[in-house]
Design a protein around this ligand. Structure first.
Ligand code: ADP
Ligand code: MG
Length: 388
């Protein structure tokens, strides 16, 4: 789960990390109150969207307090298109207004979960700020990676390694060690899988401050991170995935246009691979799982049928715990409210397969039947785009 910058900064602040003082604004009328709460003469207005690269796209504006009302009015409700939003962009519903900081130097710092190294990894660079992607590509030596073995935890020599790499003046070492401890603890305490400060700045007054903050929490840990789970901003999530999650479906949107419904994650992956192999791309990953109900299957079919860009649907059920007739009943239920306008290919084998096929035939649904996955994928790609 991704957090907004203002939420990440609140969590960091609770762990003792210095962040600029700021106020969240959702309506233009709130600007007047904000002015009283911030003491600096210049402020920074920052669009709160789940995407980086805002600065380059006009989503971060430095202004005098006198210009705040106008700057907020321009940004609220605007459509922000950054290198990370894709061409559709994101609408700005909230802005974070914070005190402008006197920057002496911008650093890059992130903590990641490196699954292949079985470690937490700190990545740091003196070339922080808005061009870190170019640095990573063209000057990788400017970035250092420090792996922390989680059972041993953070050690003093890790912090010295980081401080020396950044070439920090000795007078800043103590504050830097404290900061690294606080960030490590934040990462552990929140079950984060990513924490990024770009930039982490050293101010002209000699304080380390998180000027930008991106934090992502491991979804599997949200059950024990209840304070964080309520911070989810569903307006920032993919609306189909939000709907699917509400129905208890294991659904991930993808870029292609062949909709899939499969039982079992492995079989769903194989189905997606097979579609790709036959020359097309899947629109989604959908594992209906074993203990699924007829109603949930119906919700799954409706979700697929509501997506106007889909060109075919491939159902691949290898019935074990989930019965084939239950899948058919779900489809019949969905088609009471939704129209089937694209080819529907079904491979329906396993428990109660005869009953499953009979139900669909009785209902007169024009399904294209396949005996195995290879045939199903070929059929879906061959009939792709035909109108029913
Ligand atoms: P993004 O990474 O989405 O472009 P940032 O929050 O990193 O957004 O802001 C972009 C740049 O704006 C920063 O690298 C920094 O130079 C400047 N900036 C951001 N917040 C402040 C602030 N409070 N005071 C001064 N400069 C800021
Ligand atoms: Mg940034």
């Amino acid at each position: 789960m991704n957090l907004h910058e203002y939420q990440a900064k609140e969590i960091l602040h609770q762990h003792g990390v210095f962040v600029p003082k700021g106020v969240l604004i959702e309506k233009e009328e709130e600007v007047k109150l904000t002015l009283e709460q911030l003491s600096s003469s210049r402020v920074v207005v920052k669009a709160q969207v789940h995407a980086g690269g805002r600065g380059k796209a006009g989503g971060v504006k430095l202004c005098e307090k006198a210009e705040l009302e106008q700057t907020v009015a321009n940004m609220l409700g605007s459509h922000l298109m950054t290198a990370q939003t894709g061409h559709t962009g994101k609408e700005v519903h909230k802005v974070w207004v914070e005190e402008a900081v006197n920057i002496a130097h911008e650093y890059y710092l992130s903590i990641l979960l490196d699954r292949s190294a079985h470690c937490l990894s700190f990545m740091l660079s003196t070339a922080g700020g808005m061009d870190i992607e170019e640095t990573a590509e063209h000057q990788p030596a400017q970035i250092v990676t420090v792996n922390i073995e989680p059972n041993a935890g953070l050690q003093a020599w890790h912090m010295r390694q980081m401080a020396f790499f950044l070439g920090l003046d000795k007078v800043h070492h103590r504050a830097f060690h404290v900061l690294i401890h606080q960030l490590y603890q934040t990462f552990i305490d929140t079950d984060a899988d990513m924490l990024e400060l770009n930039p982490l700045v050293l101010t002209q007054e000699g304080t380390f401050m998180a000027l930008d903050a991106k934090v992502s929490i491991d979804d599997n840990a949200l059950y024990r991170q209840k304070d964080i789970a309520v911070m989810a901003d569903l307006a920032e999530e993919n609306p189909i995935e939000v709907k699917a999650a509400a129905y208890g479906l294991n659904y991930i949107s993808l870029d292609g246009d062949i909709g899939c419904m499969v039982n079992g994650a492995g079989l769903a992956m194989a189905t997606m691979d097979m579609i790709h192999l036959k020359g097309s791309e899947p629109a989604n990953f959908l594992d209906v799982g074993g203990g699924v109900s007829e109603e949930t299957v119906a919700h799954g079919f409706r979700l697929l049928l509501e997506q106007a860009h889909l060109k075919a649907i491939l159902v691949n059920i290898f019935g074990g715990i989930v019965r084939c007739d239950l899948i058919s009943l779900g489809l019949i239920e969905a088609l009471k409210t939704h129209h089937l306008h694209i080819p529907l290919v079904m491979r329906l084998v396993g428990t109660h397969e005869e009953e499953g096929r009979a139900l669909i035939k009785q209902a007169g649904i024009p399904v294209l039947w396949a005996n195995d996955l290879d045939e199903a994928a070929s059929l879906a790609v061959a009939t792709y785009g035909e109108k029913i």
